[in-house]
Every structure is written in C-alpha cells, then in structure tokens.
Design a protein around this ligand. Structure first.
Ligand SMILES: [Ca+2]
Ligand SMILES: [Ca+2]
Length: 270
C-alpha cells in the first residue's frame, strides 16, 4: 500500500521543467507592489497554480493584487474592459475575492478549489479548471495596484500571457523563419535558418511586434542522414557539392517563457 501511495504522489507532481515562466521588470511599479515574475503550472486533476513573485504584493487593503483569467483564451469574449477576462481573483493583505464575469457584471464565483497563500514577496493562487469554465488553455495577466496613489504594475505590460494545461506552458502556434540564402539551400554552400518571431494565440496586445524565441536549436537530415550543424543553435550547415536535388529536413526547437516547441521545415537543395 505504501508503494502505491508514493506512485500516486509522484504522478500528481508536475515535472520541474513543465512550467510556464513569465518575466516582468523589477522597479517599474512606483508605490504599488512590484511584480518581478510569474510561474504557472498545473497537475493532472486540472489544478492550476499561479505563482506571482515580487515585492510589496498585497501589503494592505489599498495595495492589492489582481489576477485576471481569460479562461477561453479569447480576448473577444468576457469583460471587454479587462481584455476578455471571465474570471478574476482580488487579493489584499488578509482576504481574497474570486469573481466571474456573468456577461454584464462581476459576481462572486464558487471557490471550493481555490487556495491563496503567501505574502508580500510571493503569492500563490491556485484553482481547479472546474472553477475556470473547464478551461484547457487560458490567457492571464496580473496587476499590483495602489489605490491610494493610483499607481500600478501590470504583468505583462501589454496584452496577456498564455498557458495551456496540456502543454504545461505557453502555446506556441508557429515559428516564422528566415533562411540564408533566402531562396533556400544550395549545393556546396552554407545554409542558415533563423527563427525571427513566434506566433502565439491572440493576447489582446496592442503591439504589432511578435515575440522572439529566447533560445533555439536545430536538427537536420539530408536525404535521411543526419547533418551536423554549426553556429547559433546548430542552425547553419555546409551542404556537400553532391547534395543537389536532395531533401533537407530541419526540425527547429524554440524555447519561450519556459516552454519548448518543435517545428519541421522541408527544403530541396538547389
Ligand atoms: Ca514589475
Ligand atoms: Ca475571453
């Protein structure tokens, strides 16, 4: 029996690497609490854990923290003034309020699975997907707010972060790449592939600038045989002179906000 119990416990704990890791600048909050970063993870039961790191968070009744959740990952549904949030959690120094958008107003939501712990240097807000509209993928943002001095710190500064329960991190839809030469690989020449930006789900951001991966690596095969890459991420190859007409297949793996995703690209060597 003891062995079985241990097995269950192990299954319930997400792997340390399976976590969304979201940054926010330090020292940008004025008199409000300063959010310095967030981690989000979830377990197989659908409990989602939002960890908000910072300084001076929820330190009084007037210096509070909000977590807004766009539970259908769709900014065009939910509260239009809050980037399409359907759920929110208001946390001050000694209480919290779980709320849901009823289509016109914010009303108290059920909170049987809600846990709020921590203090001014870090808050943990945890809730099951059953009390987030059975979400499988969500957007979220956090605000530390000082209502006395009307100062705040938003994370992110613009738009929302994304978290997929299945992926245990941000849902990276695609990577846009640039190749050198632009026309594709050429026999006897070097060929380089660089990811220029990532396509993420709609996040309510007003910025037209797409995010770039934080790091990336490549793996390539030429007519099914591995070719070693050089340079950044191993994404540059010198193609043999006899490679003309052969298929070059590249798998690009990008890392962004603690999450990795791989995308295949196929070329024919000229
Ligand atoms: Ca901050
Ligand atoms: Ca929504």
């Amino acid at each position: 029996m003891a062995a079985a119990a241990v097995t269950v416990a192990l299954v319930l704990v997400p792997a340390a690497s399976s976590m969304g890791e979201y940054a926010d600048a330090a020292g940008d909050s004025g008199t409000a609490g300063d959010i310095t970063g967030l981690n989000v993870t979830s377990d197989p039961s659908g409990q989602v854990f939002f960890r908000i790191n910072g300084n001076g968070l929820s330190s009084s009744e007037t210096n509070v923290t909000w977590l807004m959740v766009d539970a259908d990952a769709n900014p065009s549904t939910g509260d239009p003034d809050l980037m399409g949030a359907e759920y929110q959690f208001y946390v001050d120094n000694d209480t919290y309020w779980p709320a849901r958008w009823d289509g016109a107003d914010w009303v108290t939501n059920s909170s049987a699975t809600v846990r709020v712990t921590g203090g001014s240097r870090g808050l943990m807000i945890s809730v099951n997907r059953s009390e987030l509209g059975n979400t499988s993928e969500l957007n979220f943002w956090v605000e530390a707010y000082d209502s006395t001095n009307k100062r705040w710190d938003d994370a992110p500064d613009d738009g929302m972060f994304n978290y997929s329960l299945d992926l245990q991190g941000v849902h990276i839809l695609a990577a846009l790449v640039q190749t050198t030469p632009v026309a594709g690989p050429k026999a006897g020449k070097a060929f380089t592939l660089v990811p220029t930006s990532l396509k993420l789900p709609p996040d309510g951001s007003t910025s037209l600038v797409s995010p770039k991966p934080e790091s990336y690596t490549c793996k390539a095969t030429l007519k099914g045989r591995v070719v070693a890459g050089k340079g950044t991420g191993g994404c540059t190859w010198r193609l043999p002179k006899n490679a003309r007409g052969k298929a070059l297949k590249v798998v690009l793996t990008v890392t962004y906000q603690g999450t990795t995703a791989s995308f295949p690209y196929a070329f024919t060597v000229r």
